[in-house]
Write a protein that binds this ligand. Structure first.
Ligand code: SAM
Length: 239
């Protein structure tokens, strides 16, 4: 799957592609990632990419021409890719959206805004979808694009070490993940639950299910309300 990020700060994005699981996914050729500097598509000798807003007001607005040219350039390389605009006004990103983007695995081209945002006409011209990572305003779309790429990339088979990990992750089925423990067995008087040391896989599976349901109930009652419990889960909770 290809991730192309259109930005005024390519170094931010390039560094992201060079670290951790993402860089390993790139090395294994499971994903590709690159940035395109929007400024390279400016048409004047000052490399202008922004201008004052019509109607007055503070701040600057990103001009449509360099943005459109950058998107068309990226599309030429990756015609199948979906163009996603980072904006606090977009649809809220979540785990379900991450899965939707990850399968069927089409590429994504991200437009990262800066300043007061981008000229409205770019929406109609080249954008397929507007995405927000939350109800707050950041100075640019780069962090948002990295959040999204990171959460999608780990769903691509082979990017993570273990194929099982994303399946039990929080939000994969409207629940939070169960509690996790590692060594030491006793940390400042707090022991690891005995069942996890028992080697009894069935008991461990049931304990994890209960832990997941209890945590969802306590930490995210809004999610728990949506949860439909099957017969086994009802039994486990009543035990
Ligand atoms: N004036 C705009 C508004 O009120 O809707 C906000 C512009 S913001 C300062 C600059 C850029 O940061 C946006 O164009 C967008 O690309 C990015 N951005 C800021 N907050 C974001 C969020 N919550 N999700 C996604 N992108 C965001």
């Amino acid at each position: 799957m290809d991730f192309t990020v259109l930005t005024l700060f390519p170094e931010l994005i390039n560094s992201f592609f060079e670290h951790g699981m993402i860089s390993r996914g790139i090395e294994k050729k499971l994903i590709t990632g690159s940035s395109i500097n929007i400024r390279n598509f400016s048409t004047d000798r000052h490399n202008t990419v922004d201008d004052r807003p019509y109607g007055g007001g503070s701040g600057m607005v990103m001009k449509p021409e360099p943005l459109q040219a950058a998107v068309l350039y990226a599309k030429k390389k990756m015609p199948e890719s979906k163009v996603v605009l980072m904006t606090p006004q977009g649809n809220r990103f979540n785990q379900a959206k991450a899965w939707e983007f990850a399968c069927p695995n089409k590429g994504l081209i991200f437009i990262c805004g800066r300043y007061e945002g981008i000229d409205e006409r770019i929406y109609a011209s080249v954008v397929d979808e507007e995405i927000s990572i939350g109800d707050y305003v950041m100075t640019g779309g780069e962090l948002a694009s990295m959040v999204i790429i990171d959460s999608i990339a780990r769903l691509i088979p082979g990017v993570l070490g273990s194929c099982e990990s994303p399946k039990s992750d929080s939000f994969s089925d409207d629940r939070l993940e169960y509690a996790q423990y590692t060594r030491p067995e006793d940390f400042e008087g707090l022991p690891v639950p005995e069942v996890l040391l028992s080697g009894n896989h069935e008991k461990i599976r049931q304990w994890r299910k209960r832990s997941s349901l209890q945590r969802t109930f306590l930490k995210r009652p809004d999610l728990f309300k949506k949860t439909v419990l099957n017969t086994e889960e009802k039994k486990i909770l009543l035990q």
